[in-house]
Design a protein around this ligand. Structure first.
Ligand SMILES: NCc1[nH]cc(CCC(=O)O)c1CC(=O)O
Length: 312
């Protein structure tokens, strides 16, 4: 086959690494000729402002979807974590690739881990999910907003604006910045976001031929785990700006899921996050989805609806 494929991608270093990674796979395994179409999304333009206040993470994918819609590109490569739980009509995730380390990483120039931070130390993160879990672990810390691409965030740490920052290990490892990681958080103490570390390939849902070709790229364990994780947020109302964590792992044929929801209110007054852990044998997507929905229900039984109300 000598097919020509175009990948729409954001232009951050991480997005370009991910698009290049998929380009190499498509060239090797489909023999296709692949080019990249770099684009700036609205999310990139406002990266230094409060994303959650202007419409959420979907802003990183909309322009790429428009390129697919208009036929300027055939595929879009995303960090799955940034892909809304419900895709707009006409689009589909054709493949989920094997995930990198899904954990969060502790980055500091002076301290080895969270426990080593002095009282009242300044920690940078822009993710509500990380804020609520950091508060639960160390209520004394001063948690402050940190935005921008990976390089920008590291620069802000190096300039001394923070004593430590928290970032996804996956992005750092992909960009050969793993040496900046002082320690990784245990997945139970700092539960990752749904889809963290995984890549998703989005296409137009009417492109049956491409969907069929991409099926061979699906990493089944990652695919099922992320279906369960994403089902949790979908069942709770689907907003990607809520302080929600969901992480699924495998032990043999059993899937285990850890979920947490926190309350996004000012320091001091937030209630402790709600948590649930479930496990069951999972053999297909429907069972994975059901496990995620059950995990969401377990949070609902503890009063998650009330937490969500406080958040919005
Ligand atoms: N929200 C931004 C974002 N989207 C994906 C990653 C890292 C890679 C990944 O989790 O797949 C990051 C940076 C971060 O959270 O530190």
């Amino acid at each position: 086959m000598n097919e020509s494929l175009i990948i729409a991608t954001r232009e951050s270093r991480l997005a370009l690494w991910q698009a290049e990674h998929v380009r190499a796979l498509l060239q090797q395994r489909l023999g296709a000729t692949v080019t990249l179409l770099g684009m700036t999304t609205r999310g990139d333009q406002i990266l230094d402002r409060t994303l959650s206040k202007v419409g959420g993470k979907g802003l990183f994918v909309k322009e790429l979807e428009t390129a697919l819609e208009e036929g300027r590109a055939h595929l879009a490569v995303h960090s799955l974590k940034d892909v809304p739980m419900v895709l707009p009509e006409g689009f589909a995730l054709a493949a989920i690739l094997e995930r990198e380390d899904p954990r969060d990483a502790f980055i500091s120039n002076r301290f080895d881990n969270l426990d080593a931070l002095p009282q009242g130390a300044r920690v940078g993160t822009s993710s509500l999910r990380r804020v609520v879990q950091l508060r639960a672990l160390r209520p004394d810390l001063r948690i402050e907003p940190l935005r921008g691409n990976l390089d920008t965030r590291l620069r802000k740490l190096d300039e001394g604006q923070f004593d430590a920052i928290v970032l996804a290990a996956a992005g750092l490892k992909r960009l050969e910045l793993a040496h900046r990681i002082r320690s990784v958080f245990d997945e139970k103490q700092m539960i990752p976001a749904a889809g963290q570390g995984a890549l998703g390939i989005e296409v137009r849902s009417d492109n049956a031929a491409l969907i069929q070709q991409l099926a061979g790229f699906i990493d089944r364990p990652t695919w099922l785990a992320t279906i369960a994780e994403r089902a949790v947020s979908r069942a709770l109302g689907g907003s990607c700006s809520m302080p929600l964590a969901a992480h699924a792992t495998w032990t043999g044929g059993e899937m285990h899921i850890d979920v947490l929801i926190g309350e996004d209110v000012a320091d001091g007054t937030a209630r402790a996050p709600l948590r649930a852990q479930l496990q069951s044998p999972v053999a297909d997507a429907a069972q994975a989805e059901a496990l995620g929905a059950q995990a969401a229900q377990a949070l609902q039984q503890q009063g998650a609806a009330d937490y969500l109300k406080a958040t919005h």
